[in-house]
Design a protein around this ligand. Structure first.
Ligand SMILES: *[C@@H]1O[C@H](CO)[C@@H](O)[C@H](O)[C@H]1NC(C)=O
Ligand SMILES: *[C@@H]1O[C@H](CO)[C@@H](O)[C@H](O)[C@H]1NC(C)=O
Ligand SMILES: *[C@@H]1O[C@H](CO)[C@@H](O)[C@H](O)[C@H]1NC(C)=O
Ligand SMILES: *[C@@H]1O[C@H](CO)[C@@H](O)[C@H](O)[C@H]1NC(C)=O
Ligand SMILES: *[C@@H]1O[C@H](CO)[C@@H](O)[C@H](O)[C@H]1NC(C)=O
Length: 373
């Protein structure tokens, strides 16, 4: 993703970077899952975790899932692993399996715990959204499953978006990469959408008041140039009431798939604000498959943390990503991963970076690296 010339200058800049925040040892990189050699290359990708504050007597339970390239048949599924010690050890817990399409649950899982009752689903329901795709990749289907027992068992809830073949070429019509928030008593599901003939790919969302029926497709990032490919929405709320979304921008002027962000007063109106590129004050330019989160740690504004495919470190902003405020590159001891997820742990100064390995990886595994800021 990064040209050799840029990579060299990044290395030089990295050596002189000064950080508002630092990552301090002990770092601890834990293996969540090592796939057997029978798994198909890349074996694993696209890890996601969920922190469940309370599950019966257990506090701060972590769940993890990922794209799992097991040999077929049987159809692929999303494994759920569980940790009761904040990511130090992990064990198999359950599977989310496709009960609707006969295709399997193949790509881009996302886990979410509901914060309030919506429809017949009580607060505390655990959701798993993902892309159901047949072995021959002929279709994409973003489906939603729910667990009423904190991830032990799963049931199908609804189909959200149906698309064409699972190939990321402009002119084809797949859908990708679900991400969920709650806003105004609705579940809002964001995804990447190649079905609009005006946009090679755009970012959009649909909202639901019952998880069964979904409202109209609302654009979040839809750029005027057809070949541009904004992708991979993630969003977090900020303490000033605003929302920040990050996305990769295929066709960006700074670098292909440069990481952009938008800040909006509502997470439903990102399309009415402009995006800005993330570039560290020391020059690092993240590219591809970002993930954004926010922690209360790091001063009055807390800290926005962004991970990207291109860097082992993370990009942080302690000024609410207000226009012109600096982003700082903070090195970590974690390995880079395609769409590596950042999750804040209960102590606020600790994060877990969940990775399923790299796009070109031939022996990927799923890891969670716990870092202290
Ligand atoms: C960083 O990771 C490497 C490789 O796993 C390990 O040898 C080293 O001890 C780690 N450094 C710290 C400070 O944890
Ligand atoms: C998940 O499904 C696989 C394949 O059927 C099975 O081997 C495994 O035991 C299941 N895991 C759990 C936790 O049920
Ligand atoms: C691809 O797989 C689907 C699901 O099994 C099947 O319905 C479809 O006919 C297949 N398409 C091709 C072109 O083989
Ligand atoms: C977005 O950028 C365009 C082009 O630079 C500019 O004309 C427009 O005023 C900007 N919109 C906002 C809301 O800042
Ligand atoms: C918090 O963010 C605001 C808005 O960017 C900024 O003006 C202020 O300096 C920040 N405060 C701290 C303590 O960083």
């Amino acid at each position: 993703m990064v040209s050799p010339r840029i990579a060299v200058s990044l290395l030089l800049l990295w050596a002189v970077s000064v950080c508002a925040l630092t990552v301090v040892p002990p770092y601890s990189r834990r293996t969540i899952f090592s796939p057997p050699s029978t798994y198909l290359i890349p074996r694993t990708l696209y890890a996601r975790t969920l922190l469940i504050p309370q599950d019966g007597a257990d506090e701060n339970v972590l769940l993890a899932t990922w794209e799992n390239y097991s040999p077929e048949p049987p159809n692929v599924w999303f494994p759920i692993f569980r940790s009761l010690d904040l990511g130090q050890t992990w064990a198999p817990f359950s599977n989310v399996t496709d009960t609707q399409n006969g295709w399997g649950l193949r790509y881009q899982p996302f886990l979410y715990e509901m914060t309030e009752t919506i429809g017949t689903f009580p607060a505390g329901t655990v959701l798993c959204a993902g892309n159901s795709i047949p072995t021959n990749l002929s279709n994409t289907q973003i489906d939603l499953y729910a667990s009423l027992d904190k991830g032990r068992t799963w049931n199908f809830v609804s189909h959200i978006a149906a698309g064409g073949e699972a190939i990321p070429d402009n002119g084809l019509t797949p859908v990708w990469e679900p991400f969920i928030i709650t806003f105004n008593h609705q579940i809002v599901l964001y995804y990447s959408d190649q079905r609009d003939p005006l946009h090679g790919q755009k970012l959009a969302h649909q909202a639901s008041s019952d998880l069964l029926t979904w409202g109209p497709i609302v654009n979040d990032v839809a750029l005027p140039t057809f070949s541009d490919r904004p992708g991979m929405t993630t969003i977090t709320n900020l303490p000033n009431g605003q929302f920040i979304m990050t996305y990769e921008y295929g066709g960006a002027p700074e670098a292909d798939f440069a990481i952009y962000f938008r800040v909006s007063d509502s997470p439903l109106t990102f399309n009415s604000v402009n995006g800005s590129v993330i570039r560290a004050v020391t020059g690092e330019l993240p590219t591809s498959s970002p993930y954004v989160t926010w922690t209360a740690h790091g001063g009055a504004n807390g800290t926005i943390i962004v991970s990207a495919n291109s860097h082992t470190g993370v990009f942080v902003n302690t000024a609410l990503a207000a226009p012109g405020t600096p982003w700082t590159y903070v090195d970590t001891n974690a390995t880079a991963s395609y769409t590596r997820q950042v999750r804040v742990l209960p102590s606020n100064n600790q994060i877990i970076l969940a990775g399923g390995g790299t796009l070109g990886g031939t022996a990927n595994s799923v890891t969670g690296t716990i870092l202290e800021l």
